[in-house]
Design a protein around this ligand. Structure first.
Ligand code: PGA
Length: 255
């Protein structure tokens, strides 16, 4: 069965000391988790090795994610980080297609497809982000928009490859705005996403894939969002930087 996941996306935040303290605080709560649950820490590149060491090699409740990767294996790409580099330090997940990268760094569906492919080739599990801007939601075209994003970057994968992907639905109008999608909006889109997976693959694949909600998930709304039958956890930005808040969000996974 698929996992219920609380994934942190720290974005470009924290000094090394802050990162260490935050992870140590979170690790102290692992005894309340069980094998259906997973916490994924999406931290900036400079802290990946440290966080991986803090989490330990065989931690069944905590995994580490990079927030990006380059689509080529190696070469003259100053400042970039490759899939084999991430795999060689034991990173398990990589966030791909976050709306901030799509909007601010010009990453389009074709490029994200290459990133998904190289991640899987090196054994990294993509946390693939999709989600519509406000004007698309207001025009009522959000399902079609998200369907296109999945077709562009994911649906070329085989069923076996697809089982290693996590999908994060993050409506852009809800990211960092404090304007969370309603429980019904989240449930409707997640139901639609799983229906798409059934249509493209089959029930077995669709039921293996965790579909996370992201966009202003907070300590006080996580539980009601995660209680939706089609929502398998969250991708959390701002609230993942405060240990007490993220702990509550992790608690919300228990249903
Ligand atoms: P937020 O960010 O929780 O701060 O809205 C979520 C994300 O961008 O992944």
């Amino acid at each position: 069965m698929r996992k219920f996941i609380a994934a942190a996306n720290w974005k470009m935040n924290c000094t090394k000391e802050q990162a260490k303290t935050l992870v140590e605080d979170l690790l102290a709560i692992s005894h309340t988790l069980d094998k259906r649950h997973l916490v994924v820490l999406g931290v900036p590149f400079p802290y990946l090795i440290m966080v991986k060491d803090l989490v330990g090699q065989n931690n069944e409740f905590f995994s580490v994610a990079a927030q990006n990767l380059h689509h080529k294996v190696s070469g003259a790409f100053t400042g970039e980080v490759s899939a084999p580099m991430l795999a060689s330090i034991g990173v398990e997940y990589v966030i791909i297609g976050h709306s901030e990268r799509r909007e601010q760094f010009g990453e389009d569906g074709a490029l994200l497809k290459q990133k998904v492919d190289i991640a899987l080739e090196y054994g990294l599990k993509p946390i693939f982000c999709c989600g519509e801007p406000l004007e698309v939601r207001e025009a009522g075209n959000e399902q079609e928009y998200v369907r296109r994003q999945l077709h562009e970057s994911l649906f070329h994968l085989t069923a076996e490859q697809m089982k290693h992907v996590v999908i994060a639905y993050e409506p852009i109008w809800a990211i960092g705005t404090g304007k969370t999608a309603t429980v019904q909006q989240a449930q409707d889109m997640h139901f639609h996403l799983r229906a798409m997976l059934i249509k493209q693959y089959d029930e077995n694949v669709a039921n293996t894939i965790s579909i996370l909600y992201g966009g202003s998930v907070k300590a006080d709304n996580a539980e009601s969002l995660f209680n939706c039958p089609s929502v398998d956890g969250g991708l959390v930005g701002g609230a993942s930087l405060i240990a007490a808040d993220f702990e509550k969000i992790i608690e919300g996974l228990k249903r």
